[in-house]
Design a protein around this ligand. Structure first.
Ligand SMILES: O=C(CO)[C@H](O)[C@H](O)COP(=O)(O)O
Length: 289
């Protein structure tokens, strides 16, 4: 059997337009954005690892030597990114002995996503350098600064995003905002006995700009506060519109008891894909000043 071209394998991947419609236009939009992002950022990476592909004469002859390390985030949108990666692995594994594809999770949900799509789970300790990380966002501004943490995974999400050569956001179009804290509060991960201390420090630091400061509750599923994968709690705060993302992040970070903030000033976010309910996807790359 001859080895098919990479392009013909890519053509074996499902076309979103041929897939059964999901429960709502919003879910279709999330899937569309995720599939497009995965195709545009993972497939070229995979192709670059198998440059001698055309010279192979037998199937299952080739293994990728260097691990391809990918971050898979949390939330409801990245579910479709993991699904697409699982499909790519399935199709290419017909011809490649070992893709050597390792996925790093941003938390409990993300681990299950990786495993349920038959992807190989690795740890950040063992694979500290990622080629690319895919994740959702609660808000994303034109410079691709983000608010994350709607699913309380912000600490691990930031570790994974910053460990990657590039970070790719997948979202529906509700997440595209002119500036951060447009409609979302900022989640902050706080040591679990420190919310009162932190609130007092926030009042000192932000004065009247601190409009809301709530401990995130788990009710009705559990009485009491949400406990993160790192056994901390989450506070959702409103300090007004955030225009200088780095500055607000740093002012929060210097408060003892705040482990991490859900503000993600853009360091390596290369693109954001926003799925629209009309079936289109808008791709945004950072604006240069
Ligand atoms: O930051 C997150 C979890 O901590 C999520 O990525 C964010 O909340 C977006 O979720 P969704 O894709 O469900 O809109």
């Amino acid at each position: 059997m001859s080895v098919p071209s990479i392009e013909s394998l890519e053509a074996q991947l499902s076309q979103v337009s041929d897939l059964e419609s999901l429960a709502s236009p919003l879910e279709n939009a999330k899937r569309l954005a995720s599939y497009k992002a995965m195709d545009e950022h993972f497939l070229p990476l995979l192709a670059s690892k198998i440059p001698e592909w055309s010279k192979l004469s037998t199937i299952a002859e080739f293994s990728v030597v260097e691990p391809l390390v990918i971050g898979i985030g949390s939330g409801s949108t990245v579910v479709y990114a993991a699904e697409r990666l699982g499909e790519i692995k399935r199709v290419f594994s017909q011809y490649i002995n070992d893709l050597n594809l390792i996925c790093i999770a941003t938390g409990f949900q993300s681990e299950n996503l990786i495993l349920s799509n038959n992807l190989r789970l690795g740890t950040l300790a063992y694979y500290p350098k990622l080629a690319v990380a895919f994740d959702g966002a609660d808000e994303c501004d034109p410079q691709l600064n983000c608010i994350k943490g709607g699913g309380a995974c912000l600490l691990q999400e930031k570790l994974i995003a910053l460990s990657a050569d590039k970070f790719i956001v997948v979202a529906d179009d509700r997440k595209k905002v002119p500036y951060l804290s447009y409609s979302w509060k900022i989640p902050i991960e706080v040591v679990n006995n420190a919310p009162t201390f932190v609130e007092n420090q926030l009042k000192k630091e932000f004065g009247d700009d601190l409009k809301e400061c709530d401990i995130r509750e788990s009710m009705p599923k559990k009485a009491g506060a949400v406990v993160t994968d790192n056994f901390n709690c989450i506070m959702d705060i409103n300090v007004g519109p955030v225009h200088n993302v780095k500055d607000v992040h740093q002012r929060l970070k210097q408060i003892t008891g705040i482990v991490e903030t859900g503000l993600f000033p853009n360091v390596n976010c290369a693109a954001a894909y926003f799925g629209n309910s009309d079936g289109s996807v808008e791709k945004i790359v950072p604006q240069t000043e």
